[in-house]
Design a protein around this ligand. Structure first.
Ligand code: SF4
Ligand code: SF4
Ligand code: FES
Length: 520
């Protein structure tokens, strides 16, 4: 527990965490200090001077808040006339050569310069000479588009490529009003995290080729979720919107801070994986290629499972813990073999030492803790013996065709319960559409045994059912995610004390080792 200290802001006493700078410490108690260049992931650069505050203790009358640690008894001035004058002056400088093109700027609505001007300035421009023209719509690579005229030269983007990715593609060249951010000739951005620059840029100088001009940000509904792109489980916001008479569409994923999992950033592949939630979705139930009502399809699956001598159920390693538990119950009910085989989800060598993992499965730890076998040998043996293969959304082709498995699949009757149209589901005689992860809530456990909860964000017009609902209709006893927990708690020692409704935002680091192993 961090030590707390009391200090005064504009004469009012506040209690904040020691060891932080004034910007971060006061933000926690709802006090904003405007700033451009400081970012908690990048540290204090001290170049923008937007954060200057007064301190009444004999030190220089104004100090940058980003470089000033909180101290007990400190008297901070934010609303004094000379501080307001500084804020006006800094904003006036920033806007001298700014194009003021907010109506056509993609950052409008989430731009610090725009917000600070409305809050701390509202001055008319005193510029009576031509503005300095700079380059616009510069393709910096990796889907990042730069507008030099909107840049406030805070150097966050430059520091990101030097401190975080250590690729150093960006620099600031020239001085005074000729200063500008640029790439080196012929050397565009070339790292797998480049789009974080768009979030870091406090103004509209760095925009995303993928997102720009597609949606105004004030229309977007922002829901917290977890990326399912790999076993890191980065925290994200799902920004989505339903236009009148249209479907709910996801427009972007953005990073959500979780210091236990992903810090402040996400990878570009995970960020752009929002498209998979929109596209290629399985929306119709099919029996032998014929479109069939949902209830009829469920009944047909039940009948096949009842008739099968040795059914085999395969589950996706992306499923939530609750879904895995429910499918496990269904497999017991029908005397089926259960596998979580998912070697295809592992792309050896693709990971790095920052966020990206080789394993593209979101919840492999869940399979392990629930005691669901994932090895190839037992899966192949079960596939050789089975007369009915039911695939719960496992993309066996994730890394490409597996000829041995495909040959076996060609000899067996199969059913696919799936969220997307994939090659591997095409041979199924019955196909039942289900929700994808942005459309249901649950819990997953990342590679480091951090248990995290996520909630339903998107409601599609042609909504597939949650896999939990499908298992319930197949006769499983699990009614909803909450209802799965008494059994999960009893079965997995390290989850014995977990209340899924009380999982904190940063997740719970589970006790691992022998204690973590499955019980019943
Ligand atoms: S492009 Fe954005 S992040 Fe980079 S220096 Fe300019 S304002 Fe700062
Ligand atoms: S590192 Fe993995 S979990 Fe994080 S954003 Fe990328 S794909 Fe998603
Ligand atoms: S945030 Fe302190 S000088 Fe820029």
């Amino acid at each position: 527990m961090a030590e707390m200290v009391k200090l005064f802001v504009n004469g009012q006493e506040v209690e904040v965490e020691s060891g932080k700078n004034l910007i971060d410490a006061l933000k926690v108690v709802g006090i904003e200090i405007p700033h451009f260049c400081y970012h908690p992931a990048l540290g204090a650069d001290g170049n923008c001077r937007m954060c200057l505050v007064g301190i009444e203790d004999g030190r220089p009358p104004i100090v940058p808040a980003c470089k000033t640690p909180v101290q007990a008894g400190m008297k901070v001035l934010l609303d004094a006339e000379h501080i307001k004058k500084i804020q006006h002056d800094v904003l006036e400088f920033e806007l001298i050569n700014h194009p003021i093109d907010c109506p056509v700027c993609d950052q409008a609505g989430e731009c610090s310069l725009q917000d600070y001007y409305m809050k701390y300035s509202l001055d008319d421009s005193r510029m009576r000479v031509d503005q300095v023209a700079k380059a616009k719509r510069m393709d910096f690579g990796c889907g990042v588009v730069h507008d030099q005229e909107r840049c406030v030269l805070c150097a966050r983007c430059v520091r990101f490529t030097r401190q975080i990715t250590k690729t150093g593609e960006l620099g600031i060249v020239n001085r005074t009003d000729a200063a500008r951010v640029t790439i080196f000739p012929g050397r565009p951005l070339n790292n797998r995290y480049a789009l974080n620059i768009v979030d870091l840029c406090p103004v509209g100088a760095m925009t995303s080729q993928d997102f720009r001009f597609r949606q105004r940000v004030w229309f977007l509904k922002k829901d917290a979720s977890i990326c399912h792109g790999c076993s890191r489980g980065c925290n994200i916001y799902i920004d989505h919107h339903r236009e009148k008479y249209k479907d709910d569409i996801i427009y972007r994923f953005r990073p959500r801070t979780n210091l236990l999992v992903n810090g402040y950033f996400i990878c570009d592949a995970g960020r752009l994986s929002y498209k998979e939630e929109n596209e290629n979705r399985q929306v119709t139930s099919l029996i032998e290629g014929r479109q069939a009502p949902f209830d009829e399809t469920i009944a047909a699956i039940r009948q096949k499972l009842d008739q099968a001598r040795k059914p085999l159920i395969l589950i996706s390693p992306d499923c939530s813990l609750e879904q895995m538990w429910a499918v496990r119950r269904v497999s017991t009910l029908y005397g089926a073999s259960l596998s979580g085989f998912s070697d295809a989800y592992v792309k050896a060598g693709d990971g790095d030492d920052f966020l990206i993992n080789d394993d593209k499965a979101a919840n492999r730890r869940g399979l392990e803790l629930l005691g669901i076998k994932t090895d190839r040998k037992s899966f192949i043996e079960a596939l050789q013996k089975t007369d009915l293969f039911v695939n719960f959304n496992n993309d066996l082709h994730f890394s490409g065709v597996d000829e041995e498995i495909d040959a076996l699949l060609g000899t067996v009757q199969s059913i696919a319960v799936c969220s997307h149209q994939r090659d591997v589901f095409k041979t199924a005689s019955i196909i039942l559409p289900i929700a994808s992860y942005s459309e249901y809530g649950g819990t997953i456990i990342n590679q480091d045994y951090v248990l995290q909860a996520f909630a339903k964000a998107v409601v599609k017009n042609e909504a597939g059912k949650d896999m939990l609902e499908v298992t319930r209709l197949l006769g499983g006893a699990v009614i909803d995610a909450r209802h799965a927990w008494p059994g999960i708690r009893k079965s997995v020692a390290c989850l014995a004390d977990v209340d899924p409704a009380a999982i904190p935002a940063e997740g719970i680091k589970l006790q691992t080792g022998e204690d973590a192993n499955v019980g019943a």
